[in-house]
Design a protein around this ligand. Structure first.
Ligand SMILES: [Zn+2]
Length: 190
């Protein structure tokens, strides 16, 4: 039983075997009410949380408020790796355009192309014709590799493509960047 739980926690992003074990033992130590509440929430996830067919973010409620908002600039499209990056940029309040969640970055050997939404991205840009596309990926070799791949894919659509600028130093992940850093990188995009 504990082994099964550990196997599940190991699949979580950023969680190694030791942390997975700690989570499993933590759950084992909780009372019945806690476990009931937790399992109820798990069962609700697929009912409550939907994925937007346009930007691919997860949301709860009736519709994706970012894609359906008329107050947001549909001429700018920002490509992010994952939902938490989007959330952090939203929290900073500096950006008022639309998004696209790519679902990760390419490895340096271009493995796992399949899980990334390049095809969907191409279709979205082709259909919605934003004036500017901002690549907002992590500043590391994988992010760089992915950015080049995106530029190549979108080339036939001849769009203005910019990248977040200085202020994001090497190794920076948007998920952990503060408002000033994001603000700076956004203003200095090129
Ligand atoms: Zn959306």
């Amino acid at each position: 039983m504990l082994e099964k739980l550990i196997d599940i926690f190991i699949k979580f992003p950023g969680i190694g075997p030791r942390q997975a074990k700690r989570f499993a033992y933590f759950l084992a130590g909780q009372n019945a009410k806690f476990i009931k509440n937790f399992s109820d929430l798990l069962l609700e996830i697929k009912k409550e949380i939907k994925q937007c067919p346009s930007c691919f973010r997860f949301f709860s409620g009736n519709q994706c408020e970012i894609c359906t908002s008329v107050g947001r600039d549909k001429n700018i499209l920002m490509i992010v790796e994952k939902d938490v990056d989007l959330e952090n940029i939203e929290k900073s309040g500096i950006y008022n355009g639309k998004y696209f969640v790519l679902n990760g970055t390419l490895s340096l050997t271009n493995n796992h192309v399949d899980k990334l939404r390049f095809k969907e991205l191409f279709e979205k840009v082709k259909k919605e014709q934003p004036q500017e596309i901002i690549i907002a990926l992590s500043v590391n070799p994988e992010g760089e590799n992915t950015a080049l791949y995106i530029i190549k894919i979108l080339e036939p659509l001849s769009k203005k493509i910019t990248r977040l600028g200085r202020g994001l130093s090497t190794g920076t992940e948007l998920e952990y960047s503060d408002k000033d850093t994001i603000d700076n990188a956004f203003k200095n995009r090129h």
